[in-house]
Design a protein around this ligand. Structure first.
Ligand code: NAD
Ligand code: LMR
Length: 330
């Protein structure tokens, strides 16, 4: 018997990432090849954006996806998030000329407060929310805090692109396939301060750290390459990463819904206090997922170098959180 369709809300649907993301969701790459989906697409009310969204929807129609059970366009989050089982919050205000980081945080804080409240009011009580729009961790934190009637654990931020970038760098360094690498972790913020950590990683059971055996490469090449990859892509393409970001969003939601079969992945999730990260801080952790629930991998030894890196990314997140605290009081 055919499964009941699941409702997937996507914001920023006419943007770059949306253009890579929507087709894959409708193709079953995210929730499985037997899971029908209904797309509920949100864009700003601006006439040009809504017209562009209609164009994307025409193209989706033209793919005749067998799993697509419905598709609607919205300019109001209260209708876009109605009964949503999944919400991918991609749309965000980009940094404009003369804008300071603080201005960006404030502009996005407003968007994610409104969207958090709308999710709280109308989404499924089990909605799984992924925030992609930057600054992703803090936006996810704001949405979570704006949705007090939904479980905090339903809100996550995208660290999967950093995780995939790290996997690919380790594969290139060791000359082994990406698929053979297990137990990689990325800690902290989706920003250049994130800490990609291959100390526990294995390839066919052998330690990646021992295989690479080069702390200088880790510090001077690997971490800066992964941390600054977003900027390198902007520099090369003239636009920020889109297909790889969409791919990471698919991976994140797929694994959250389907599970990781005991394997580790990285998700930005509200901390439960593990590893000394204050409760509710939206932080990248190594997790495993079973039956739709993620669990932080516990008991990992944190050496001095790793603790310094974790402290640095935590400090940045704490500052971002303090920068928007006044907006969450109202
Ligand atoms: P884009 O500018 O091409 O598209 C964003 C779209 O969002 C636009 O169409 C815009 O109209 C829409 N939008 C803006 N505010 C909205 C709102 N309040 N409601 C609904 N829609 C809204 O940008 P993009 O390249 O698709 O990137 C989107 C975001 O994702 C950016 O913030 C980018 O920095 C971020 N990003 C995050 C990661 C990550 O790993 N977390 C990776 C890449 C990009
Ligand atoms: C990325 O990591 O590619 C995105 O977050 C875009 C950016 O601004 O770095």
């Amino acid at each position: 018997m055919a499964k009941t369709p699941m409702r997937v809300a996507v914001t920023g649907a006419a943007g770059q990432i949306g253009y890579s993301l929507l087709f894959r969701i409708a193709n079953g790459d995210m929730l499985g090849k037997d899971q029908p989906v209904i797309l509920q697409l949100l864009e700003i009310a601006d006439e040009k954006a809504q017209k562009a969204l209609k164009g994307v929807m025409m193209e989706i129609d033209d793919c005749a996806f067998p799993l697509l059970a419905g598709m609607t366009a919205h300019s109001d989050p209260m209708t876009a998030f109605k009964d949503a089982d999944f919400a991918l919050l991609v749309g965000a205000r980009p940094r404009g000329p003369g804008m300071e980081r603080k201005d960006l945080l404030e502009a996005n804080a407003q968007i994610f407060t409104v969207q958090g409240k709308a999710l709280d009011a109308v989404a499924s009580r089990n909605v799984k929310v992924l925030v992609v729009g930057n600054p992703a961790n803090t936006n996810a934190y704001i949405a979570m805090k704006s949705a007090p009637s939904l479980p905090a654990k339903n809100f996550t931020a995208m660290l999967r692109l950093d995780h995939n970038r790290a996997l690919s760098q380790v594969a290139a360094k060791t000359g082994k396939p990406v698929s053979s690498i297990e137990k990689l972790a990325v800690w902290g913020n989706h920003s250049p301060t994130m800490y990609a950590d291959y100390r526990f990683a294995t390839i066919d059971g052998a330690s990646v750290k021992d295989m690479i055996n080069d702390d200088a490469w880790n510090r001077d090449t690997f971490l800066p390459t992964v941390g600054k990859r977003g900027a390198a892509i902007i520099e090369a393409r003239g636009l920020s990463s889109a297909a790889s970001a969409a791919n990471a969003a698919i991976d994140h939601m797929h694994d959250w819904h389907i599970g990781t079969n005991g394997k580790w992945t990285t998700m930005g999730i509200p901390s439960d206090g593990s590893y000394g990260i204050p409760q509710d801080t939206m932080f990248g952790f190594p997790v495993t997922v079973e039956n739709g629930e993620y669990k932080i991998v516990q008991g990992l030894a944190i050496d001095e170098f790793s603790q310094e890196r974790i402290n640095l990314t935590l400090k940045e997140l704490t500052e971002e959180r303090e920068g928007v605290a006044h907006l969450l009081k109202a």
